[in-house]
Design a protein around this ligand. Structure first.
Ligand code: ADP
Length: 587
């Protein structure tokens, strides 16, 4: 690819204080002594120019690489869009691995298992996270044909994956993150459900139980269901579905783990069933993938798509601007696929067939604050549907445009799009909503589609750097209500929320809600609203107060199913002493 020279008049990016620390620690290039030799401006130019340079190989492209590089640079440094962390870290470098999400198969033999351990290590080294289904592994104590011994089962191998992850500092930047999934009808499912009951156990894994429609029906009917030996396909026992669901809920109440994913639902939306069945997602659950598939993500900062109405009334979203950002971002993410060097040939091949990308949003809570819409309201849920419907439609339209310039994704003819004659499209999926743990720090916005954790708080950034952060939209609202004072800010930093501060104006307490002020049902309704128009899945945690009961969690798990979510994760305040993965401040 031709090198694109940095233009002399390229403006310096404006960087917030938290971003400065994060970028320097993890993203700016360092020499062998660990000394940073890249400025933030050079970082963003490295990424923008490397991704834009891919354009040159498409003869029918309508855009010039040099102009595109500048557009990408402006897009990122205005924090309207950011690609996932591996792209920021590795674009334009020798490593060149740009995707955050991978799923690897785990075969039912020693060679296959240790291949997966090795492949995961290679992916972690490059900054990616891995998901695995352990469902194909034969149950503990089943016979091993070649030795006449007995198998040790999925759980014993999970520990090996966990240990291996512990030892690999990802490219000197992040420690590995994994998802482990086991089907509900696997004979070792009870052991799996209890696997994280001791704090710190399997610390490099998020666990999710893969639920099926048949199982959910059995729960509803209080019926028994069969456990199936994966190696023989035979039913080897039965369990009562409701009892198992109860224990699942109990464990999630105790520690947040395991979460649940609805496997049949994920496969119903699998765009290329001819290429295989989806058994797992990436570590934070938002990206279901086929074995050996990878996906790169990127997020649009909705907080910057606010359009103030005249006289402060009729504020809206700047739809034209959002459309422009979506189209540019889809081109960016499609180019990332070409620019990326994957650690395994099988992955290069799979990614080449489907060309999945995951464009999502962050800064949702910031946008709602500006629109003066409480997160816990039907108006917000309706707005979520409207926004995501637009993102999905426009990202697909951008993908169609790219298909005319560069051709459809190779698996298109055998895909559900091809069969329904919908395309051609350049990408088998275009939308995913990521947690944006670190991206939201860089962009200085609220993360993903989550409500704010606190209006003002002390953030622990990596080791021991402490930073006080106040939401800028909240601060502005306090100022214009003449309510701002240093003493008040100290008070708010202690509790995070203003819900109980009667001395503050009612409308402020109504609009500026935080995750703890929001009843679980609104978390779920919001997740479902975004999921309705997302090809892949939505990363969302239903935050609960410490006083939440097991019945509350049962209700959430059940409603997640009824509302059409692809999975759900709950977190009860104070139920884990160690930091949750992917919050961006310690992983
Ligand atoms: P970021 O903001 O750093 O781009 P996200 O918090 O949005 O990342 O997470 C997106 C995905 O990136 C995760 O689901 C996972 O696949 C991967 N990921 C996140 N954190 C890590 C980590 N510490 N190690 C490896 N992969 C990670």
């Amino acid at each position: 690819m031709p090198e694109l020279k940095m233009p002399a008049n390229l403006p310096d990016p404006i960087i917030n204080e938290n971003a400065k620390i994060v970028l320097q620690r993890r993203y700016q290039r360092k020499d062998t002594e660990g000394v940073v030799y890249e400025t933030v401006k050079e970082l963003f130019w490295r990424v923008a120019s490397a991704i834009a340079a891919e354009e040159a190989k498409y003869e029918r492209s309508t855009v010039k690489p040099a102009k595109l590089a500048r557009d990408f640079y402006d897009l990122m440094t205005s924090y309207r869009f950011l690609p996932n962390s591996p792209t920021l870290m590795n674009a334009g470098t020798d490593l060149g691995q740009l995707a955050a999400c991978f799923v690897l198969p785990v075969a039912d033999d020693i060679e296959g298992i240790f291949d997966a351990v090795k492949h995961a290590a290679m992916i972690h080294k490059s900054g990616g996270g891995t998901g695995f289904a352990f469902s194909r592994l034969r149950a503990k104590d089943s016979v091993v044909g070649s030795t006449g011994g007995v198998a040790s089962g999925p759980l014993s191998f999970l520990k090996i994956f966990n240990c291996a992850t512990e030892q690999i500092k990802q490219g000197g930047t992040r420690r590995g993150a994994n998802m482990g999934i086991l089907r509900i009808d696997h004979p070792d499912i009870m052991e799996f459900i209890k696997a994280k009951e001791r704090d710190g156990e399997l610390n490099n894994f998020n666990l999710s139980v893969g639920l099926t429609e048949a199982f959910m029906q059995a729960v509803n009917e209080k019926a028994d269901y069969n456990l199936i030996a994966p190696n023989t396909g035979e039913a080897v026992g039965t369990l009562n579905a409701r009892d198992v669901f109860n224990i699942l809920v109990q464990k999630a109440w105790e520690s947040g783990d395991p979460g649940i994913v609805f496997l049949d639902r994920i496969n119903r939306d699998n765009p290329t069933p001819a290429l295989g069945e989806i058994e797992s997602t990436n570590p934070c659950g938002e990206q279901p993938l086929l074995p050996y598939e990878a996906c790169n993500l990127g997020s649009i900062n909705l907080g910057l798509c606010f359009a103030k109405g005249r006289n402060g009334k009729d504020s809206e979203i700047d739809w034209d601007e959002l459309k422009r950002i979506i189209h540019l971002s889809v081109r960016f993410l499609d180019n990332v696929i070409d620019a990326s060097v994957y650690p395994l040939d099988q992955i290069t091949e799979m990614v080449g067939k489907n060309r999945k990308i995951g464009l999502g949003v962050m800064g949702w809570a910031d946008l709602l604050y500006q629109l003066q819409i409480p997160y816990n309201s039907q108006t917000a849920v309706d707005m979520a549907e409207r926004v995501m419907k637009f993102v999905q439609a426009e990202s697909r339209s951008a993908s169609k445009q790219l298909a005319t310039e560069r051709g459809q994704f190779p698996a298109y003819p055998e895909s559900t799009f091809g069969k329904a004659n919908l395309g051609p499209y350049r990408n088998a999926t275009t939308t995913t909503i990521a947690p944006t743990g670190t991206l939201s720090i860089i962009a200085g916005c609220s993360s993903g589609v989550e409500p704010l954790f606190a209006l003002s708080f002390v953030r622990n950034v990596m080791d021991n750097d402490k930073l006080v952060e106040t939401n800028p939209y909240f601060e502005a609202a306090l100022n214009s209500a003449d309510a701002y004072s240093g003493k008040l800010m100290e008070e708010i930093a202690k509790v995070g929320s203003i819900k109980k501060m009667d001395h503050l104006p009612e409308h402020l307490r109504h609009v500026y809600v935080t995750s703890m002020d929001i009843e679980p049902i609104w978390h779920l309704k919001m997740q479902a609203a975004f999921q309705k128009y997302t090809d892949n899945a939505v990363s969302k945690t239903v935050n609960l107060p410490n006083s939440a009961t097991k019945e509350d969690i049962w209700d959430i798990y059940w409603k997640a199913y009824e509302y059409g979510c692809k999975g759900v994760t709950v977190y009860r305040d104070g139920s884990k002493t160690s930091q949750v993965l992917c919050t961006g401040d310690g992983d």
